[in-house]
Design a binder for this molecule. Structure first.
Ligand code: 4AD
Ligand code: MG
Length: 462
């Protein structure tokens, strides 16, 4: 006989057959005649009830069946007498794979705080909450590939180790094999990187965009989906040092095409999760965020508001609202400003465009006004910025001037400039933070709770 997953058993249409199930015990209760075990194998949030007729089993056998222990049961799948489930298994045989001593197993019953679970992140996937989050995460990753593949985009793998700083923010983790306690030096006392592994300074990537542009200007429409690293010292509910980013990049798209794609893309993802993870989303809504499903539906059924940064700043200034960080044209908007526009003013997702040139990266297309660039940020309720993107500067001379103004080392940029030197085309792209989207669809509030093993400043466990 072969094991059947619980998700499949709970959907079974044929009853009164022998089945084999394996999983972890969530709870056991009962009396001396009959014992009930709630069994979970991770395939669904729902548990399968196993009924032990105590005429067939001894107390000794059942004693090892405690919360967290792993068991293997063969029995008959029957219609359930009890409430809350359609079918259950009447056990014929029991094998205990592994016990979980109730004195020390930390996940007894319920009611652990998310803070406590973060400290035992190696065990938290066994809770209902993290099982739900991990299943949603997996489904969402599949939705992303499905969306782009369905549109004829190509999945491009951009490097994780790089020698260029895409965002120019300097928040990179250096990669080196040099002995840090005994660094080789050049004659003028600088670190001699010619002796390093790659023969020059290298880091973990903050974005695959620049290489993504090489792909888009060759095979048309690409997307990346991979880990990204930022050594910013931001200890917030929305920042990770290692996060996953999806970066589509498209030849022949202007900023409007880019916005249309971004909006269609996030709506597709939300719809997909609602359609494919209903049980998990309902569980998360019930336990963490009563308004979750309504908010997801709301985003699906409304057009995103599109306005310029300059208009946004005006609304903030005229709002009369007292912000912690005062608003003036030219500032980088803080999360409180973004959330005010989305949650209080428009009460809808917002796409802000045409940001001041000086607060955005060097590669963005410059507007005629000489002050702004064709950037777009998608702002979401609860989250703030979920997507950042732009139309790219396609003009060789303008791009080169900007690179020089910002003192970006030219030797690092020659290959990038070649996209504009040979057969340049208008093109655009954006980056979606995978965990930011997960925060939105799961209703969790801390980004550390939507990635299995979070990396944040001073925290790199497991
Ligand atoms: O706005 P960002 O920095 O844009 C880029 O990296 C561009 N190269 C993207 C592009 O145009 N191809 O980052 C994009 C998104 C943000 O909107 C946010 O959702 C997410 O990545 N993000 C983070 N998510 C978690 N933790 C962090 N520290 C993040 N930094 C950015
Ligand atoms: Mg950004």
């Amino acid at each position: 006989m072969k094991r059947t997953k619980i998700v499949d058993l709970l959907r079974a249409e044929v009853l009164d057959i022998d089945v084999e199930v394996k999983g972890w015990v969530r709870t056991r209760r009962g009396n001396k005649y009959v014992q009930f075990v709630a069994l979970n194998d991770g395939s669904t949030i729902r548990n399968l009830q196993i009924v032990f007729d105590m005429n067939k089993f001894t107390d000794e056998q059942l004693k090892a069946v405690t919360t967290g222990s792993s068991i293997h049961v063969i029995g008959k799948l029957v219609a359930s007498q009890g409430k809350g489930q359609t079918c259950e298994v009447q056990a014929d045989t029991l094998e205990v794979y592994g016990t979980a001593d109730p004195e020390v197993y930390p996940l007894q019953k319920k009611g652990h705080t998310l803070e406590f679970l973060r400290e035992i992140a190696h065990l938290r996937p066994r809770t209902n909450t993290f099982g739900a989050v991990l299943r949603v995460r997996s489904t969402l990753a599949f939705a992303i590939h499905t969306f782009f593949q369905g549109k004829g985009f190509f999945y491009l793998n951009t490097p994780l180790i790089t020698s260029s700083d895409c965002e120019g923010a300097g928040a990179m983790f250096q990669v080196t094999t040099l002995p840090l306690n005994d660094l080789p030096r050049t004659e003028d006392g600088k670190v001699d990187y010619s002796q390093d592994f790659f023969g020059k300074p290298t880091s973990l990537t903050v974005s695959g965009q620049l290489e993504g542009e090489l792909g888009a200007t060759a095979i048309g429409e690409i997307y990346t989906f991979g880990p990204t690293f930022r050594a910013e010292n931001s200890n917030t509910q929305r920042h990770l040092s290692e996060f996953w980013m999806i970066e589509p990049e498209m030849a022949f798209y202007d900023i409007t095409d880019n916005m249309d794609l971004a909006e269609e893309f996030v709506k597709y993802c939300i719809r997909y999760v609602l359609d494919h993870c209903r049980d998990d989303i309902e569980f998360l809504a019930e336990h963490y965020d009563k308004g979750l499903i309504e908010r997801l539906e709301f985003v699906l059924h409304n057009d995103f508001v599109r306005l310029t940064y300059t208009e946004g700043v005006k609304i903030l200034q005229e709002s009369g609202h007292k912000f912690e960080f005062p608003v003036s044209w030219g500032i980088d908007l803080q999360s409180e400003h973004e959330r005010f526009l989305v949650e209080q003013h428009f009460k809808k997702p917002v796409i802000l465009t045409d940001y001041p040139r000086d607060i955005k990266a060097f590669y963005m297309k410059q507007n005629e006004d000489g002050k702004t660039v064709r950037a777009m940020d998608v702002l979401f309720p609860q989250i703030g910025e979920i997507i950042g993107g732009s139309e790219r500067e396609a003009d060789y001379d303008k791009l080169l001037t900007r690179i020089k103004e910002l003192n970006i080392p030219m030797k690092d940029m020659v290959w990038y400039l070649d996209t504009r030197r040979f057969g340049t085309v208008p093109h655009s792209g954006f980056g979606l933070g995978f965990e930011r989207l997960l925060l939105f669809v799961t209703g969790m509030t801390n980004i550390r709770d939507v990635i299995p093993f979070p990396r944040t400043p001073k925290n790199c466990e497991f």
